[in-house]
Write a protein that binds this ligand. Structure first.
Ligand code: 9MR
Length: 321
């Protein structure tokens, strides 16, 4: 079988989230099927700068070494996020102090990887899911104000003029959030804020979103006239609120998952002119964040390769065109 990345060479890059262990344990699959890499945690604020001005790049560098040895692209994830950001960043911060800390972090990290990372998620998950609020409440917006995204992108462009700068979020296909994400990015573009692309996380499950909703979301985001990436795709076998546990996935559940991967990739191929990369949030079912979330220590099987690193039906389905 040819590699997934080779099958998609005229469409978009195929990415995987890795960690500093899986670049060893999953290297055969990574080398054969993927040509873009995202660090699952290693390039987040708290991993890189746990204490002010005390940076640790060891794990991120190790992953970058793997990517370079194998001619893979690297995505940067992420600069401004309410999660995995150490407390010191917000401690005693005025607007100016926090903007300074934001800029320093972007400068140190961004410049170090300037030649190697071709894009960054500059702001992650800043829009509220629930209907009545627009922005998600976070120390970034509380301390800086509603222009924190404008400023984050403006700084990032000054520091990294060559990189593609993304706004990244989840529940990207669901109404009304997709509308809010669209409006937030459109408003920034109208004000001349340098946003180059929109990152759709695509943490789906076999019940949601419907592919009609995904199609509508793609249609709407395409109107922005900027690049689109799928940044964190996986398809859980459980409905979000279901806390039951399966010992192994039934063939019916796997078929539903296969159908969604098939249809999702078909829609993405229709937008190949603007879709830059499609990244899976992991490599194979033996290592996935969904084994710990939303139910701790519950096995899930959300990816394209099984626990033994063998291709699943879904892989064949997305290569069948
Ligand atoms: O996969 C990541 C997991 O290992 C971390 O514990 C978690 C903590 O916030 O973050 C996970 O990755 C998230 C990503 O950075 C942003 N979008 C949602 C992802 C899944 O939670």
């Amino acid at each position: 079988m040819i590699g997934l990345k080779d099958k998609y060479k005229d469409y978009f890059k195929i990415g995987a989230a890795v960690n500093y262990r899986t670049v060893d344990t999953h290297k055969d699959l990574l080398i054969k099927h993927f040509n873009s890499i995202t660090c699952e945690n290693e390039t987040k604020y708290d991993n890189l700068q746990k204490e002010e001005n005390n940076y640790s790049f060891d794990h991120a560098d190790r992953i970058l070494g793997f990517a370079k040895d194998n001619n893979m692209f690297m995505r940067g994830h992420t600069f401004v996020w309410h999660n995995q950001t150490p407390d010191w960043v917000f401690k005693d911060a005025t607007r100016d102090i926090l903007l300074d800390r934001m800029k320093n972090h972007m400068t140190h990290v961004g410049k170090r990887y300037e030649k190697d990372f071709y894009c960054w998620d500059v702001v992650n998950e800043a829009i509220e899911d629930k209907g009545h609020m627009f922005y998600r409440k976070s120390p970034w917006i509380d301390i800086i104000g509603e222009d924190f995204m404008d400023l984050a992108f403006t700084y990032a462009k000054e520091i990294l003029p060559e990189a593609d700068l993304y706004y990244n979020d989840y529940n990207e296909s669901n109404f009304p959030k997709r509308d809010k994400i669209y409006r937030a990015v459109k408003d920034m573009l109208d004000r001349g804020v340098p946003v180059d692309g929109i990152g759709l996380q695509c943490h789906w499950n076999i019940y949601s979103p419907s592919m009609d909703d995904f199609k509508r979301a793609m249609e709407q985001y395409a109107k922005l006239g900027i690049k689109i990436q799928v940044t964190e795709m996986d398809i859980s076998l459980y409905e979000f609120k279901d806390d039951s546990k399966l010992d192994k996935p039934s063939s019916e559940l796997i078929s539903r998952q296969t159908a969604l991967y098939r249809e999702g990739f078909k829609i993405l191929r229709d937008y190949k002119d603007i879709v830059d990369t499609v990244t899976l949030w992991g490599v194979a079912d033996d290592e996935t964040w969904l084994d710990y979330f939303p139910v701790k220590d519950r096995k899930n099987w959300p990816l394209l390769f099984d626990e033994a690193h063998e291709p699943k039906e879904a892989l064949y389905a997305i290569m069948d065109f």
